[in-house]
Design a protein around this ligand. Structure first.
Ligand code: ADP
Length: 312
């Protein structure tokens, strides 16, 4: 059975904003799955529907077999969420926060007694667990948030933009923690992000979301492989479409070359970059030219005409 199964799921908010427009995906047990897209793409709305806080307009979603609309209590029992905004009580110790959460979720007190120190140790909080959470650093508090979410032994963990707003060092540290969750093979993780490297680094598969629709869904490697190993990027002064046509005539660019504004991106698919650059100079298309490996941003750009980085 899939841990998450989403079928034709849609949400139109009162007032008419169609935030999610009929998406389908399934996540296998133990998989780390990413929803990647810029702000406003519909990621939080999707997580809201999966965590039963937002009512779907149509379609359905199941967590470990439980329908989020028809069996919301069961769906909530098997899942847990780490929100963007912290929920731990800063005046209480880390341990107390975890204990209260365990009680709320009906974890047997005797079981919690063993489990809480184990979780604290796993998240590098063993030495801090008896201090008020308000004294923790930003990264320590996020780790406590994740530990809190795992107290109830969820089968599915939702992480909504887990590293947004963190400084780079804390982000890197938290990414380690999240990567470490993968080794708990029984746990399925769905995370949302607008950071490409986060999606590439952590996720088995990624759904790229644009304006409420899934525009691509695959492993990061397969998404990137579609663009080949290298591409050349150039800025064109004159007509972009005639530049693209000239590059195609010359055999430098294939059908998957694309332009956004004055920037033309040419996947090389085995052509050497020096040949391609020489041909571009020959054609008098100059401007700034560079060769590099493709990123998920290129995948996104080609599919949507928008830059993920710029849109974020
Ligand atoms: P993301 O998480 O990818 O940034 P969201 O799911 O938050 O995207 O938002 C998707 C779209 O839905 C946006 O256009 C947003 O403005 C709109 N939206 C989100 N929440 C509400 C709401 N409560 N009422 C009306 N529109 C909303």
């Amino acid at each position: 059975m899939n841990a998450i199964e989403v079928t034709k799921l849609s949400k139109t908010y009162p007032g008419g904003v169609a935030a999610v427009k009929g998406i389908d995906f399934a996540v296998a047990a133990g998989e780390v799955f990413g929803l990647l897209g810029p702000n406003g793409a519909g990621k939080s709305t999707t997580v809201g529907m999966l965590t039963t806080t937002i009512e779907p307009s149509s379609g359905s979603a199941r967590l470990a077999g439980f329908d989020v609309a028809e069996e919301p209590l069961d769906a909530r029992r098997v899942s847990s969420v780490v929100f963007q905004d912290p929920v731990v009580d800063r005046s209480l110790t880390g341990r107390r926060n975890l204990e209260i959460h365990a009680r709320l979720w009906g974890v047997e007190p005797r079981e919690a007694e063993g489990w809480i120190p184990e979780l604290a140790a796993t998240f590098g909080l063993a030495d801090l667990v008896d201090r008020p959470a308000g004294t923790y650093s930003g990264g320590q508090r996020r780790r406590l948030e994740i530990a809190r979410a795992l107290v109830s032994h969820p089968r599915v963990l939702f992480l909504d933009e887990p590293t947004v707003g963190l400084d780079p060092r804390i982000r890197a540290e938290l990414l380690e923690v999240i990567a470490g969750l993968r080794s708990r093979s029984e746990l399925t993780v769905l995370l949302t992000t607008h950071y490409l490297e986060e999606a590439e680094r952590l996720c088995d598969r990624v759904a790229i979301i644009h304006a409420g629709r899934i525009v691509a869904l695959d492993t990061p490697a397969a998404l990137l492989a579609g663009l080949g190993r290298q591409l050349v990027e150039l800025r064109v002064d004159g007509s972009v479409s005639s530049a693209l046509a000239a590059l195609r005539d010359r055999g430098v660019a294939g059908e998957d070359a694309f332009a956004v504004g004055s920037r033309v991106t040419v996947p090389l698919h085995g052509h050497s970059s020096s040949e391609a650059i020489a041909a571009i100079h020959d054609l008098g298309l100059a401007g700034a030219i560079s060769a590099r490996e493709p990123t998920l941003d290129d995948v996104y750009l080609r599919l949507t005409g928008d830059s993920l980085a710029a849109a974020a």
